[in-house]
Design a protein around this ligand. Structure first.
Ligand code: DX5
Ligand code: ZN
Length: 233
């Protein structure tokens, strides 16, 4: 199946130098990143804590393109406005984060931001059918959320294939988050994903002072994914 959008690479700054987010965001964009993926964790919905809207607002001026904010927090609704004001372009909430995902997605859309829906590896796709007219993106977690550098869960590839069929020609991105590498990128791209989040696979071996490595890593992932989709065209 041909992907509806060209492949986008969204490095996750979870694997960046937390003391230098501004320089890291500028470096990955200069090296070919399409979006910047920002992982917000609360130590409650997931067993790790990162940062909140103030840090997102501080990072924002260092990103020219799309700031893709992945909220791994519960509850979500009280914080949506703050992340919108912090400059998020896309705000993604988890289906599992509360009893009223429909209301959460409405609230995100009401801020004028694009709305994303994230699914944990153990979550099925039935509910997505009832939310298709409210979302701009589905994020398929290919690891259990909370940490970078985990192993890709292969059972999610079939989920991506089914989601792509369900989405049809609606303008909805399928984003993959977790364990994306040169080896796994082609598998999800061929199944219909078009946005590939990658943390460790982009940042490994580089730094904001040695950003060329980021560029090599981004190009390698993109080339592997593009090769898989063109074979399917
Ligand atoms: C996991 C985060 C991911 C993570 C991906 O909870 O949502 O964005 O940073 O990291 P890698 O690419 O290292 O698996
Ligand atoms: Zn993420």
């Amino acid at each position: 199946m041909k992907t509806a959008f060209p492949i986008k690479i969204a490095p996750s700054i979870l694997s960046a130098d937390f003391a230098d987010f501004g320089a890291e965001c500028r470096a990955i964009e200069a090296q070919g990143a399409d979006w910047v993926h920002v992982d917000v964790m609360d130590g409650h919905f997931v067993p790790n804590i990162t940062f909140g809207p103030a840090t997102c607002a501080a990072i924002r001026p260092h990103i020219k393109g799309v700031m893709d904010v992945h909220l791994m927090i519960a509850p979500v609704d009280p914080y949506i406005e703050a992340f919108a004001e912090a400059g998020a372009d896309i705000i993604t909430a988890h289906l599992e984060a509360g009893p009223h995902i429909h209301r959460t997605l409405q609230a995100i859309r009401n801020t004028g931001r694009k709305a994303g829906l994230a699914l944990n590896p153990g979550t099925g796709i039935d509910a997505v059918e009832h939310l298709l007219d409210m979302i701009d993106l589905v994020c398929v977690m290919t690891v259990n959320p909370g940490f970078g550098g985990q192993k890709f869960i292969h059972s999610q590839i079939e989920k991506v294939r089914r989601l792509r069929a369900m989405i049809g020609d609606r303008p909805i991105h399928i984003e993959i988050d977790g364990g994306v590498t040169v080896e796994t990128a082609p598998l999800v791209a061929a199944a219909g994903a078009d946005v590939l989040v990658a943390g460790s696979a982009v940042f490994k071996g580089g730094s904001a002072a040695q950003p060329g490595v980021y560029g090599e890593n981004i190009r390698a992932i993109r080339a592997a994914a593009d090769a898989a989709t063109s074979r399917m065209a």
